[in-house]
Design a protein around this ligand. Structure first.
Ligand code: NDP
Length: 446
C-alpha cells in the first residue's frame, strides 16, 4: 500500500466536512504527527483507523426551545458529538457560547478522544453544547434553558454510555440544573454528569483539576530541562475556571501570575495576583458574573481594552481562555520576551503558525490535549467514586491527578523525544492514537 500523505488525507476531510475550519485544523495537526507513524505500521493504514477516528460515531443535533423572563420564546440549537467509544463511555464537556456550531464541537470532540486516551483512564471521547449565551441571563433563564436542553439530551446519555461535563459557559450552576432535570425525567440518581456539587456526588478537586493539572504538567516539562516554576513570572489568559486554579497552583509553587483577561480585555498586575486578589476574582466571576476590568479599578493596575496578555513579558505563559488566542505574531512576541514554557489550559489556543514558532524556538510547549487533561482525568475519578458510592479525600484525588499528569508527561516524552528536545505535540498525538487505534483493531470494523 502506498504511503498516505497529509495533503491527500486532508483533501478528503475538507471535502466531507465543508466549512468546519477548527475541525480541519485539529485533524491536520494530528495527521501531521501520526501519518508518518501509520505509514510505517501497515496494520493501522490498511484498516483505515485514522479515517475512522476522524468520523464521529454519532452526531446528535436538536432544538432547545425555552421561554425567557419577558415571556418570549427563544430557540437555541443543542449538540452532542459522540466521537469515539473504543476506550469507554463517551466523555467530554458541554460548551455554552454563542460561537458554538457543529465544526467547533467536532474539533473539541476529536481532541477529546486523544486527551482521554492519554489520561490512562477508560474513557471514550465526546463533546457537546449549544449556541446559548449564559452571559446576561438571569438564573431563572439559565435554568429554563438547561432543563429544555436536558429534556432532549437525557435519552442519549447514561453512566455507561455518555457522561458530559462542564466547559466554557457550563459551570457548577448549569451542571446542577441539568442534573436536576435528568433525575426528574428518569427518576434515577446516577452519575450522568461530572462536575457535580460536592454534597451530591461531585469529586473533591474536580473544580481545580484542569488548572492544577496544567501547572503540574508544565512543572514536569520544566523539570525535564532542569528548571522549575519557582520565582517565574507567568501570564494567564481568561479568568474562568481554568485560569483561576492555574493561578492558585502557580502561586502555591512559588511562581507569580501577573495577568488575567476576558473577552473585554486584559489586566496587568506586576505585583502578582495574591491569594486575596484571587478570592476577589472568584467572587467577581463566579458569583457576581462581572467583568475583569473591575479588577483593574479595584487594585489600581493597567487594563488593556480589547487586548490579550501575550505582549506582557513573562517566563511562562498559560493560555486558559479559548481556541486560537495565540497567533504567530503573539507567539513571536512571547519568545522574543524570553518565554521558556507554554502550558495550554485551553483547547487548541495556539494557531498552527504559532505552534511552529514555539517549536522552532525549542521552548517547552505543552499542547492542550496533554496539558489540560487533568480536568477530564478527575472527571474519570468522579465517575469511579460514583460507581463505588464513596468519596475520596482531597489529598487522595490530588495525588491521583498529580500522578496522572506525570504519566501523561512520560507518554509524551516516550513518543516525542528528539535528542534532548521533547516534541510534546508529536508525543501526545502518537501516544493518544496508539491506545485508541489498538482498541479499535481489537473490536473489529464497527
Ligand atoms: P469559563 O467559561 O469558566 O471561562 C472562560 C474564560 O475565557 C472567560 O474568562 C472568558 O471571558 C474567556 N473567553 C471565552 N471565550 C473567549 C473569546 N472568544 N475571547 C476572549 N476570551 C474568551 O471556561 P473554562 O475556564 O472552563 O474553559 C477555558 C478553556 O479551557 C476552554 O478552551 C475549555 O475548552 C478549556 N478546558 C476546560 C476544562 C474544564 O474543566 N473546565 C477542561 C479542559 C479544557 P468572557 O467571560 O468574557 O467570555
Amino acid at each position: 500500500m502506498a504511503d498516505l500523505t497529509v495533503k491527500e488525507f486532508m483533501q478528503e476531510i475538507i471535502a466531507k466536512n465543508p466549512g468546519e475550519t477548527e475541525f480541519h485544523q485539529a485533524v491536520q495537526e494530528v495527521a501531521e504527527s501520526v501519518l508518518p507513524f501509520i505509514n510505517k505500521n501497515p496494520k493501522y493504514r490498511e484498516t483505515k483507523i485514522l479515517e475512522r477516528i476522524a468520523e464521529p460515531e454519532r452526531v446528535i443535533m436538536f432544538r432547545v426551545p425555552w421561554i425567557d423572563d419577558k415571556g418570549e420564546v427563544q430557540i437555541n440549537r443543542g449538540f452532542r458529538i459522540e466521537m469515539n467509544s473504543a476506550l469507554g463511555p463517551y466523555k467530554g464537556g458541554l460548551r455554552l457560547h454563542p460561537t458554538v456550531y457543529l465544526g467547533l464541537l467536532k474539533f473539541l470532540a476529536f481532541e477529546q478522544v486523544f486527551k482521554n486516551s492519554l489520561t490512562t483512564l477508560p474513557m471514550g471521547g465526546g463533546k457537546g453544547g449549544s449556541d446559548f449565551n449564559p452571559k446576561s441571563k438571569t438564573d431563572n433563564e439559565v435554568m429554563k434553558f438547561c432543563q429544555s436542553f436536558m429534556t432532549e439530551l437525557f435519552r442519549h446519555i447514561g453512566p455507561n454510555t455518555d457522561v458530559p461535563a462542564g466547559d466554557i459557559g457550563t459551570g457548577a450552576r448549569e451542571i446542577g440544573f441539568m442534573f436536576g432535570q435528568y433525575k426528574r425525567i428518569r427518576n434515577e440518581f446516577t452519575g450522568i454528569l461530572t462536575g457535580k456539587g460536592l454534597n451530591w456526588g461531585g469529586s473533591l478537586v474536580r473544580p481545580e483539576a484542569t488548572g492544577y493539572g496544567c501547572v503540574y504538567f508544565t512543572q514536569a516539562m520544566l523539570k525535564a530541562v532542569g528548571d522549575s516554576l519557582k520565582g517565574k513570572t507567568c501570564t494567564v489568559s481568561g479568568s474562568g475556571n481554568v485560569a483561576q486554579y492555574t493561578i492558585e497552583k502557580v502561586t502555591q509553587l512559588g511562581g507569580k501570575c501577573v495577568t488575567l483577561s476576558d473577552s473585554g480585555g486584559t489586566v496587568h498586575d506586576p505585583d502578582g495576583i495574591s491569594e486575596e486578589k484571587l478570592a476577589y476574582i472568584m467572587e467577581l466571576k463566579n458569583v457576581k458574573r462581572g467583568r475583569i476590568k473591575e479588577y483593574a479599578e479595584k487594585y489600581n493596575c493597567k487594563y488593556f481594552e480589547g487586548k490579550n496578555p501575550w505582549g506582557v513579558k513573562c517566563d511562562v505563559a498559560f493560555p486558559s481562555a479559548t481556541q486560537n488566542e495565540i497567533n504567530e505574531a503573539d507567539a513571536k512576541e512571547l519568545v522574543k520576551n524570553g518565554c521558556i514554557a507554554v502550558g495550554e489550559g485551553a483547547n487548541m489556543p495556539t494557531t498552527p503558525e504559532g505552534v511552529k514558532v514555539f517549536q522552532d524556538a525549542k521552548i517547552c510547549y505543552g499542547p492542550g490535549k496533554a496539558a489540560n487533561a487533568g480536568g477530564v482525568a478527575t472527571s474519570g475519578l468522579e465517575m469511579s467514586q460514583n460507581s463505588l458510592r464513596l468519596s475520596w479525600s482531597r489529598e487522595e484525588v490530588d495525588k491521583k491527578l498529580h500522578d496522572i499528569m506525570l504519566a501523561i508527561h512520560e507518554q509524551c516524552a516516550k513518543y516525542g523525544k528528539e535528542g534532548k528536545y521533547i516534541d510534546y505535540v508529536k508525543g501526545a498525538n502518537i501516544a493518544g492514537f496508539v491506545k485508541v487505534a489498538d482498541a479499535m483493531l481489537d473490536q473489529g470494523v464497527v
